[in-house]
Design a binder for this molecule. Structure first.
Ligand code: PMP
Length: 404
């Protein structure tokens, strides 16, 4: 460990809250798919900030949009309109096929927004008695860290000590449409689901799962809300994770990559029948819909349309998983994922995925583990064939060493 790393880590430990384990490395600079630590060592970024960096670090077009807008007008709050936000709202609605969009900042806030909309919709439109609306989510989910949202989590360590939680929240097994059918009651407002559970351990549901859920929700007048904070915007090899099943959810949640890795931008999209339950004063945020975020998000949507980067993600993801499978390390239990969202599950009695991530870091690959002894590989979508092939070989090599 270099002196610079040591001092920075010590300072963070001394003055920062301890809500994260001590980080293994201190980064200083990022360009494209590469990161440099304070010692000047280079790493391949196979985390992409939990999938938030679709176009990599310091993309010139995104930086250009950011600096140009920052110099003109960065923040007004929604007390006033700004000249960038209406363009973003229109573009979101046109690209994703909805009548209304509500901009907020982080993924968590967009999920909260969706749940508030669903509850008020249940009360006002569906006729569910006040204060009795129910939300169904899935075991193994990750939707964020607020009290309401950890109230929906099935993870004991996210919940322990943080209760009481709001009533009307429950979890059912992921990937099982029959469980949804059985869980719905006349009070159910919405079913909240991830098209692929990334934080939960890169769990890919059976093909057709979302389509079955959509049919069940429609039959019971329950909103299907897709949390595409991580899977959206090309990550899984389609523009949206729901596209794998040909499903258009009643509510769509976007975040992470929408801000180009430069600032938090998220949104909840729905049709007027749902979104118009919000009246002036019901919901909002000082920074939500700010012109800076809108300018960057518009540029992200331009880049997506011009590059169709999801096709690249689809092809490279398949190639990555093929290469990993060919390396056949004995400690590997399963390799799974979609597009550039890949998980390598290691045998429960084998080496830990956290240990694999540690070893990879010493070989210049930055990644972490996900739940269930899974090593995650989620590089920026702009990664090229040669760099990814090299990374796959290094991962195969490390898993081979750990198996020995
Ligand atoms: N939903 C999903 C599916 C996520 O993966 C995450 C973040 N990992 C969130 C919501 C929360 O987003 P944020 O950290 O921006 O609040």
């Amino acid at each position: 460990l270099g002196a610079g790393t040591y001092l920075l880590r010590t300072r963070e430990r001394e003055f920062g809250a301890h809500n994260y384990a001590p980080p293994p490395v201190v980064f200083q600079r990022g360009v494209g798919v590469w990161l440099w630590d304070v010692e000047g060592r280079r790493y391949l970024d196979m985390m992409a900030a939990y999938s938030a960096l679709a176009f990599g670090h310091a993309h010139p077009r995104l930086l250009g949009a950011l600096t140009e807008q920052a110099g003109r007008l960065a923040l007004t709050s929604r007390a006033y309109a700004n000249d960038r936000l209406p363009m973003l709202l229109e573009r979101l609605c046109v690209v994703f096929g909805y009548q209304r969009a509500l901009p907020v900042n982080t993924g968590l806030e967009a999920v909260e927004t969706a749940l508030k909309a669903a509850r008020k919709w249940a009360y006002q439109v569906k006729g569910v008695p006040a204060g009795t609306a129910e939300i169904i989510a899935c075991q193994g989910n990750f939707h964020g860290r607020s009290i309401a949202i950890v109230g929906l989590s099935s993870e004991a360590r996210y919940r322990q000590g943080f209760g009481p939680f709001p009533p009307g929240l429950r979890c059912i097994p992921y990937g099982d449409p029959q469980a949804l059918e059985e869980a719905i009651t006349p009070h159910t407002a919405a079913f909240l689901v991830e098209p692929l559970q990334a934080e939960g351990g890169m769990i890919v549901p059976p093909s057709g799962y979302l389509a079955r859920c959509a049919e069940i929700c429609a039959r019971h007048n329950v909103l299907l809300i897709a949390d595409e904070v991580q899977t959206g915007l090309g990550r899984t090899g389609r523009l949206l994770g729901c596209d794998h099943d040909g499903v258009r959810p009643d509510g769509l949640i976007l975040g992470k990559a929408l801000g180009g890795g430069l600032l938090p931008v998220s949104a909840f999209l729905a049709d007027a029948a749902v979104m118009d339950v919000f009246q002036p004063g019901d919901h909002g945020s000082t920074f939500g819909g700010n012109p800076l975020g809108a300018a960057v998000a518009l540029e992200v949507l331009d880049l997506l349309a011009e590059t169709r980067i999801w096709e690249h993600a689809e092809r490279l993801g398949a190639e990555l998983r093929r290469r990993l499978a060919a390396s056949q390390a004995p400690c590997v239990r399963e390799i799974r994922g979609r597009g550039l969202l890949t998980g390598i599950e290691l045998a429960a009695d084998g080496p830990s995925a956290a240990r694999a991530a540690e070893l990879l870091l010493t070989r210049g690959i930055a990644t972490r583990d996900a739940r269930g002894n899974v090593l995650r590989l989620s590089p920026p979508l702009i990664i090229d064939d040669a760099v990814l092939a090299q990374a796959a070989d290094t991962v195969g090599e490390v898993l081979g060493i750990l198996s020995a």
